[in-house]
Ligand binder design. Sequence first.
Ligand code: MIG
Length: 785
Amino acid sequence: MELFKRLKLFEDLFGDDISTDSLTYTLLRDRYDKTFLNPLKAKSQFPGNIKEMSVDGNEVRIKFENISLSLFFLEDTIVKVVWQECRIDTLLNRIEPCREPIEAFKDGNSYRIRLAKQDLELVIESDGTLKFYFRDKLVRTDFPPELAGNASKSVARLRTSSAIYGLGEKALGLNQRGTRSLLWNHDANGLYGPGDDPLYLNIPVYIDIQATEGYFIFYNNPSRAVFDLCSTERDIVNVSFEGLGLEYYIGFGNLAEIMKKYSSISGKPLLPPKWSLGFHQSRYSYMDQAEIEKVAEGFKKNDLPISAIHMDIDYMDGYRIFTTNKGTFPDLQGLSRSLMDDNIRLVSIIDPGVKIDVNYDIYQEVISRNLTVRVPDGGPLNAPVWAGMSVFPDFSNAETRKWWGGKYTYYLDNGISGFWHDMNEPAAFTLWGDNTLPDTAELSAGKHAYVHNLYGLLMDQAGYEGLISLRKEERPFILSRSGWAGVQKFAFVWTGDSASTWAEMHSSISTIINLGLSGIPFVGTDIGGFSGSPSDELFLRWFQMGSFFPFFRVHSAKGTRMREPWLFGETYLQIIRKFLKLRYQLIPFYYTLAYESHITGSPIVRPVLWEDPQYDPSVDSVFLIGDSIFIAPVLTQNQKNSVINFPEGMWYSLWDKSLHSSIEKLDITLDEIPAFIKAGSILPTEINNEIIMEVYFADICRGTLYIDDGSMNQKYLIYHFSCYKKDGKTELSVSIDDHGYPGLKVLKFKFHGVKLNSTETEGTKILKGKNILEMPGSISKAIFH
Ligand code: MIG
């Protein structure tokens, strides 16, 4: 019955051919997995009793009866624990060994290792239990692991009231303590909501934090895994992997330090092109060239700023990647050129599947060069996706990546600026079971079951490196649905096919924050939700919230209501315009945050805990942007007021500049959502191409502005601003970190919360009435009353 329903659904959606293909493929997949999956479970092994320990440089080796353990002490309080090495390349960075000499000694039946300067102590008990002490407190106990062949199970005890974040993309709430989830990249098939698991992008990393102290633990293992985070047993985390051994990294500190350490292993976030931080309008699909032109015109006519329009799969010729349907897109080059005249870029979708068609050059090449994922007994694996039966590039092969990356020249020649990698879990159409390739399919890095979670990451790497070699000066923009640890080096991520519901809008805040705390700063949702037709109000509230996320895009499924801003009536249009303009004013702030992320690995969307260690770590309805904007979005229909629990400190309303703190009940109107700037922030903004530093006054204020030429060659300049109040006078100082980019001729500051009178420093002038202080870019100090 279930099967017939599925078949019927597929026929309705894709037509007879694909549903027949899906049936054929699903049966084949089952046959392969039955024939070639090794059913013999390897025998379980535990370490047994400790035998001996030896220290060799930064490595401590401990022999147990059955297994050996290696501990590597790395720079910056990071420990690498290897019970069984991961033998495939997962694109991690190499970290330098720590320089501090290791103090290791026997203590009764245990061994003790101490790094005094780093406040770290590790106790290895005789059965293989590992106890981690940070700043003299026991933060984690790892019990002896169980290994069975390359499969592993690892159980640990956490502190009783710490919070857990991470795991990549999850819809299980903000604090994931108490959840159990699967780490297996998965196409949610067009729709998901709160609680659904797994989703498209999973990473075996989590942060365990209590107030300001904690650590990240990252398992270098992309194979299928289950993470039980204190859901079955109180304080007990139970993690199991299907293959690839047991190798993990732990790095200690506060949230900012943890993120810095994790990104030093998994990779620093890319530096995005500035335009990518603006607004993107998308639809599945704008069906032809004329429709895209109309959308662009609509934005212009209605005075709505926009940076990019996305082209979904229907631009292709029969869903063949690297082709265009000449009937509906007769002049792609002309289209991109005319949009570019208005500063609007085109982003086109790219799916990994290559249609099986002997007359299609991309198919011929991928086959003749032998670059596809293969079935266990030989030839290329065939599975259906949008293009019908297709083959799948083996991105774990460097040759495939090089070949694939070169193909982006087709789009660049057509004036396309950005790339949207979809279906890269990889997804395949099936009638039952897992909608991906067989576990037993072969990639050059190993069995699909083990390297599946790397597929998206490696496709992104292929695209990114291809683009860099095709146009050396420009920063690539890639948007990816799937990925793994390190995807931040190559791509932005959006949260896939979310439901158009209030509940999902709310839940997306946690998903976004957890992605950020998994190392991925450039994230956003389909505004309004992908699947379904949001009410006007839901769309507007989602738009208002989404306008603060680093990746800011409206997108929606076929058959749902259209979402161009002018379709919601004049009142809504005005509000949407206000939020679009606000976002463009804040671009210098987002760009500065992007640079900070690039250097430190910090997320852009942060939990309040980041700034206020006393804040409830589970509150999932508010977020910070950097350390200075606090957003409490409107998450229910027809809401009249909102009780807001402010983070520590004083907060200016972004709208009327009134001051707020602790707990307040505020009125809600349709045209705003509660948004606040921390008193003491100096926020870089831009109006009419002019940069203005907005000073939200307090006794001490600080802010940063990053500017550059936008290219890959890294010429930039950073301003650090600070402001102190002293004896009734205020002193503003500017310091410059110059890396070859010319500074601003004039520095402009707009003050909120204080009245400017006279200044003492030569060359500064106060533009009366507007509370604006203007000074030559060369001046490093101004004093005013
Ligand atoms: O099977 O390209 O998540 O954003 O519009 C669906 C069509 C394929 C899923 C993506 C969605 C996109 C859609 N894609």
